[in-house]
Design a protein around this ligand. Structure first.
Ligand SMILES: Nc1ncnc2c1ncn2[C@@H]1O[C@H](COP(=O)(O)OP(=O)(O)OP(=O)(O)O)[C@@H](O)[C@H]1O
Length: 567
């Protein structure tokens, strides 16, 4: 292992030996069970998005879920980059590597870098009026918006970009070659320790989504795919088609998702973030036992009787959950406690995803919250990545106004100097890349590129100190400092390029895309949507302040550190 500047304060995580659990016979039935219980795609899509005439009512309950669709009323395009841009960048291969209800997934190669990627092709669906069907439009837009933001986390499939032709939308994704979590569950490979690792990764994704007020609504083993075939390969979330934006305190009132993992409050059609935690509890139950916790499991797959949707819903609401039958007698008390906590029918008592991550069963899988700066660089880059483009831009501008000798930056200045021993005032991009690839982090080169791609690099290939600060500093510390208000004002004035007293759309275009302007309309619309800002108007100081003051400090242990274990 190369010893590098970032490894100076390396502290190893101790992982106890894996506890092996017996394979359970009922696992064989599980795949069929989940597929059979899945809501028919058309119905699911209809549930996922309100029909236009209901939009107003739904909007009062959960604003943005409806507003995505409204923007696309009477549209036949999403405003993504066009076919030519796609063909110039990627060479599609004929081989289909996946198929879903709404898409086919193909292999492609990035012509510039040679990197292999997955391209999810979703044929456009039009209504009789010739415009995009609203459920389809909402699904695609949700998936693109959420993937753009959360794809910067190592727990989520990286999203390279969206393109469209007249007939289809092409989503370019990180190629995940290890197969669905579901396939491995079926092989019965999961002992308790492995199940705990998987659950920590699933819950991290859920916590990251909830921190952005996104409810996943489809937490199930089919939606997590391994990056590579090995046992320890990272697990990444895919498919955000029915995820929905819902600020805390608001509720969704339409059922959506897959019945077998559906929370009781989803059945009752009044739910919010805790519903995903219940579904994560069902995933944990499946990983540990190979079956679902309801009696309808037996009826459907042992005695092979018909089970109606109403019966399933009744059991989800009322049936005692089985924590007695084997293999529960051989599982640890901590595992049982963990799953029982997640499967609490009272969603107020149920832990949040963030709290569940602190459970003792996941202790050895948890990242140390007090990791030294050097070791937390991968977590910090992910956290900055999930802030969204507009907020990143604003934070970069704020960072450029923090005095270099500010006490808040003392740790970062030390790290910067380690990477810039000649004291040139900049760090070479390649030096940082080397630190991530050859240091104490377990990252593929594609992941390193993904993490670093969000950093702005000078034409000379350098990273300046303000850029370094923007992506790595604890923004909460800056926000709590006495300089915060003046820093925000200075950044606002700098971003008001045309001195109009507000950040106009033209200023934003210049800042986001440069003099040549944006390549596609969505390049500017998406950051505005991300920040929940009006598409047409400019950003005034109070909105700018609000954008910056919204939650800045997700705990670092919500992100994987990827520190390699001690030898
Ligand atoms: N990035 C990827 N790399 C490799 N395979 C992928 C990738 N994304 C998706 N797949 C494969 O393609 C399948 C379909 O993808 P996905 O679930 O995203 O499509 P979908 O049409 O939204 O599905 P559905 O609506 O049925 O859930 C997945 O089950 C997976 O096997």
């Amino acid at each position: 292992m190369t010893s590098t500047a970032l490894s100076t304060h390396y502290r190893a995580r101790q992982v106890p030996p894996a506890a092996q659990q017996p394979r359970h016979a009922q696992q064989q039935h599980a795949s069929a069970a989940l597929s059979a219980l899945r809501i028919a795609p058309l119905r699911q899509a209809a549930w996922a998005t309100p029909a236009p005439r209901f939009q107003k009512r739904q909007r009062q309950r959960c604003n943005a879920a409806a507003s995505f669709t409204e923007e696309l009323v009477e549209a036949s395009e999403f405003g993504y980059k066009g076919e030519q841009a796609f063909v110039e960048q990627y060479a599609m291969e004929k081989r289909k590597i996946g198929k879903g209800a709404h898409s086919s997934v193909y292999l492609a190669v990035d012509r510039e870098t040679g990197e292999r990627v997955a391209v999810k092709v979703m044929p456009k669906r039009f209504g009789p009026d010739g415009f995009l069907e609203s459920t389809f439009a909402c699904r695609v837009r949700n998936e693109v918006d959420i993937s753009t933001r959360l794809g910067k986390s190592l727990n989520v499939c990286y999203f390279h970009g969206a393109y469209e032709t007249d007939k289809a939308v092409h989503l370019v994704l990180e190629l995940l070659s290890g197969g669905q979590l579901w396939d491995r569950v079926m092989k019965g490979e999961y002992g308790e320790r492995q199940a705990a690792r998987i659950m920590a990764e699933v819950l991290r994704t859920v916590a990251q989504c909830h921190s952005k007020d996104v409810i996943l609504r489809d937490v199930k083993p089919h939606n997590w795919v391994f990056a590579a075939p090995g046992d320890d390969a990272p697990l990444k979330a895919v498919d955000f088609g029915i995820s929905v934006y819902c600020p805390k305190g608001e509720y969704i009132t339409q059922r959506a998702g897959t019945r077998s993992v559906m929370a009781p409050e989803v059945v009752r059609e009044h739910y919010s973030h805790p519903a995903d935690v219940w579904s994560a509890g069902i995933v944990a139950y499946l990983l540990l036992t190979g079956r679902l916790p309801y009696p309808f499991w037996e009826k459907l797959y042992v005695t092979k009787e018909n089970v109606t949707a109403d019966e399933m819903f009744h059991q989800i609401l009322h049936a005692p959950l089985d924590f007695e039958a084997p293999p529960w007698d051989t599982l640890s008390t901590a595992a049982k406690e963990f799953v029982q906590a997640l499967l609490d029918r009272d969603e107020v008592q149920r832990p949040t995803a963030e709290q569940a991550l602190q459970h003792r069963w996941l202790m050895s899988e948890r990242e140390d919250p007090d990791v030294p700066l050097n070791d937390s660089i991968v977590q910090r880059l992910q956290r900055f990545g999930t802030y969204g483009r507009l907020k990143q831009l604003a934070l970069r501008t704020v960072a450029s106004h923090i005095p270099e000798d500010s006490i808040i930056l003392s740790d970062l200045r030390g790290l910067f100097l380690e990477l810039d021993p000649a004291d040139r005032g900049v760090v070479r991009f390649s030096r940082l890349q080397e630190e991530l690839e050859e240091g104490n982090f377990n990252l593929s080169s594609a992941e390193t590129q993904q993490l670093l791609s969000q950093m702005e690099v000078t034409p000379e290939g350098d990273i300046t100190f303000p850029e370094f600060v923007a992506s790595l500093v604890d923004w909460n510390d800056v926000q709590e400092s006495s300089e915060w208000d003046s820093l925000v004002l200075a950044a606002f004035e700098e971003m008001d390029v045309d001195c109009s007293g507000a950040i106009s759309t033209r200023s934003l275009e210049l800042l986001l895309c440069g003099e040549d302007g944006c390549q596609a309309p969505d390049d500017i619309q998406a950051p505005l949507r991300e920040a929940r800002l009006d598409q047409d108007s400019c950003i005034r100081l109070p909105e700018f302040k609000q954008l910056l003051s919204a939650r800045l400090l997700d705990p670092l242990d919500m992100f994987e550190s990827r520190l390699v274990q001690s030898q």
